[in-house]
Design a protein around this ligand. Structure first.
Ligand code: IMP
Ligand code: MG
Length: 176
């Protein structure tokens, strides 16, 4: 498939504006603290890099990688940690940064796992949110854009490990 066949949903300019707005809000709400920002690999790497550079509060950085139990793309409902964070979070304010909330299974599971380590607080910032796809109730504290049920790529998001490098968000059509 050629890149030209994909419709741009969010341009670089739209993304940049929205990321700054989110960073301003987060900075206000975390004023006086030094949260640990935890990026969920791999999808969140671009969004997180932009977001933290617009924060006005100091923060720590770490990454976690999760994998679903079971095979293929069908979510079994539980996740396990593929690569864990290296920072102790007991008593710390944690901000999880994720590329997209879809069924909600990944984030609800991940929040549960990290809560067991007794952080002072735990919040989630998701770049995109596909609300109509939820299988479990889950609300992110900060959301970049809510989108309808389209499969999107770029700005860190992939389809079979492809297209993460696009600087904008595009709708993947004619897959399979
Ligand atoms: P959830 O557990 O169903 O909420 O899964 C979220 C994960 O599914 C995200 O971290 C993405 O890796 C992946 N995902 C869901 N929708 C899309 C999409 O439209 N494009 C790329 N990845 C997606
Ligand atoms: Mg992902």
């Amino acid at each position: 498939m050629k890149n030209g066949e994909m419709e741009v949903l969010f341009s670089r300019e739209m993304i940049d504006r929205r990321v700054r707005e989110l960073a301003d809000r987060i900075s206000l709400e975390y004023e006086g603290t030094e949260p640990l920002v935890v990026g969920v690999l791999k999808g969140a790497f671009v969004f997180m890099a932009d977001l933290v550079r617009h924060l006005h509060v100091p923060c720590g950085i770490d990454f976690i990688r999760v994998a679903s139990y079971g095979s293929g793309s069908t979510s079994s409902g539980k996740v396990r940690i593929g690569k864990d964070i290296e920072t102790p979070i007991s008593g710390r304010d944690v901000l999880i940064v994720e590329d997209i909330v879809d069924t909600g299974l990944t984030l609800s599971s991940l929040v549960k796992i990290l809560r067991e380590r007794h952080p002072a607080s735990i919040r989630v910032c998701a770049f995109l949110d596909k609300r109509e796809r939820r299988q479990v109730p889950f609300e992110a504290d900060y959301v970049g854009f809510s989108i309808p049920d389209h499969f999107v790529v770029g700005y860190g998001l992939d389809f079979n490990e492809k297209f993460r490098f696009f600087p904008d968000v595009r709708v993947l059509k004619n897959i399979i």
